[in-house]
Write a protein that binds this ligand. Sequence first.
Ligand code: ADP
Length: 475
Amino acid sequence: MKSENGRKKIRRLKSINFVLSKYFLVFTFVLIMVIEGVIFVIVNITSEGRIRERLTYIGKEVTMYVNTHNEEEISRYLYSYRHEGINLYIISTEGEALLPLDDVSDIDWGERIEGIKSRLEGYGPGEAVIYEENDIINFVTVVKYGKGSFLVANYSLRILKDSMKLMIGYFIGIGMIVLAIAALLSYSISQRLSSGLRNISTTAVRLAKGDLTVNFANAEYQELADLSDTLNIVRDEVKKSGDFQRELLANVSHDLKTPLTMIKAYASMIREISGDNPEKRDKHLQVIIDESDRLTSLVNDVLSVSKVNSNLAETNKKVFNLTEFLYGIINKFEYLQETQGYNIMVDVDANLYTSADDEKIGQVIYNLLGNAVNYTGEDKTVYISLKSQLNGRIKLSVRDTGKGIAKEDLPEIWNRYYRVKENHSRPVKGTGLGLNIVKIILENHNFDYGVNSELGKGSTFWVDFPSVPADIEIK
Ligand code: ADP
């Protein structure tokens, strides 16, 4: 019940879709407002400002012109600014339009003259007032014309204001189109993003339910592609480990069955037939002993693999005398020399010290030596050497005189459960786990290792140990 609530809570989080769309739209909206606002203000201020400047400039020019030119010239001069939209008039103090001549505009100056006078009250010649009235910018000043008159220059802002209104309309239109595009874009991006994630999530659920055929395929965005790749690796690993377990179980059960059958068969045989015949009995008992050994080594290997895998990262290093340690292992093989005529030739430098996990290194040496004994040739000879190298390392070599390993098998022999499909000189008891254990342990230690082998001549397995001074151990 609790987890149900917890899940529901998580579900109520905002979707990528929602969050992305929201921020995208708010951002676009703010951006449009700022850009349009700035443009609007700049256009508004600069155009009005420039008109005022122009009126002032022209007003001053005309004031000077009036002093030095006759009526007709002044009239022409006043007309010359009409194409700019600037109307210039000279008005008498009684409100009578004096210039330009033949003006057709029917402005009632009588009505406006009082306003002009009051604005210019207290102003002398050369001083001007500029003001806005009914969307018209007016420039008024006193000029010396006739008995004294006023110069009025004006410019209608109506066109400008209309254009501004039009511009605002366009701005709103453009803004809405941009917003709509932004909404579409954010929707499609977030849809793609979240649908990619949803695909991965659905596939992952299938994987979690045990479907190992799933394929995480999403290459639209780098991060999602990376995530898919990683999950594909997870799937492969799950598959591998499942395969390995199944294979291990099948092989181990098969390998257990044969020796058990043999043991049972020979035990029955001793009881019923050979019990009284010491020679036959010993032979049959030997088979039982051999098969029991085979069972033991099989069980040991399986245990080692699971142990090595479970504490893969754990390496308890210590400094120890590798020479003595090696002798200790060789001695365990002594019974083979005594009972089965094996020769183990040892060429070992005295007192070589190394730093490693001795228990695990013991397993490595034991497996290599065991293999050499198992696979060596008819001379039943195995050569072991442990030599100090010029580069300050110690090299362990285990050589046999067996059939060797084919080139194509060389990289494979280190894999779990790999056994070369070939008849060896003797029936060989193996599980295909030994070298895999060797590989895991040595890679954990970061030690170099390898094998040189030639078909028909035998194989030499080697391991490269670091050499450390003996006195470290004493401390
Ligand atoms: P096994 O228990 O079968 O010996 P290993 O992992 O120790 O398993 O070895 C894997 C395979 O490599 C063996 O089955 C064998 O075919 C081959 N191999 C290992 N050591 C030798 C060797 N010294 N000479 C020839 N073949 C070897």
